[in-house]
Ligand binder design. Structure first.
Ligand code: DX5
Ligand code: ZN
Length: 217
């Protein structure tokens, strides 16, 4: 069974609370919270005050914060204090990786590391025993609704095999262009146990049905 972390980047921000309630009631395992700073990626999305409000309304939800920002180290404390459970940052960000993983753990969160499509899976190997989540990007980070890049599948296979070989059990997640009929099944088959989906889920007429489909993978 795959877990599903809906990306609320594709939610209707004028009805963010209702959209979150809808996917949580439908069985979403986490809420994927995409933070963009206009520097690491060219877009700007949302940040700390929005997480704080959501956490106040849905205190029992698990918040999977995906930082697409240049300086994650400076913000770990604020995201943790606002309700983050997982804090995932990019291997390509400018901050010291070891210091950032340590800072995330020090504030009581689980640490995730993400790679962009141009970064090889092996670049994550030195960090695998220290993180609770791997996030393979299957689109260039920066916006929702892009087409899935199949090169992510080989990365998932490589990372799944390496974790298995070393008896490590971080969540292996994939983000970008994931749907419940084609790319989600391919990623689950390649070893992903956590699927991030934005437009395919929030754009669906029956979100509960889509979440159920993901859970079947
Ligand atoms: C992209 C974000 C993704 C995005 C996924 O930069 O990290 O989480 O919202 O959206 P879809 O599922 O529409 O590709
Ligand atoms: Zn994301």
């Amino acid at each position: 069974m795959a877990k599903i972390s809906p990306s609320i980047l594709s939610a209707d921000f004028a009805r963010l609370g209702e959209d979150c309630r809808c996917i949580l009631d439908a069985g979403a395992d986490m809420i994927h919270f995409d933070v963009m700073d206009g520097h690491f990626v060219d877009n700007i999305s949302f940040g700390i005050p929005v997480l704080k409000s959501l956490h106040k309304s849905f205190p029992d939800a698990v918040y999977d914060v995906h930082l697409m920002i240049s300086h994650p180290l400076a913000y770990c404390g604020a995201f943790a204090a606002s309700g983050a459970d997982y804090i995932t940052f990019h291997l390509e960000a400018e901050d010291d990786i070891q210091a950032t993983i340590d800072a995330i753990h020090a504030v009581g969160c689980k640490a995730g590391l993400s790679i962009k499509p141009g970064t090889p899976a092996e670049a994550l190997f030195p960090w695998l025993d220290q993180i609770e989540m791997i996030l393979v990007m299957s689109v260039e980070p920066g916006r929702g609704g892009q087409a899935f890049l199949p090169s992510a599948l080989d990365k998932l296979r490589i990372l799944s095999a390496e974790c298995h070989r070393r008896e490590l059990t971080p969540d292996l997640s994939v983000d970008g262009g994931i749907n419940d009929d084609v790319t989600g099944p391919q990623c689950a088959e390649a070893g992903a146990n956590l699927l991030v989906a934005g437009s395919a889920l929030f754009g669906a007429a029956d979100r509960a049905k889509v979440i159920e489909q993901f859970h079947r993978l």
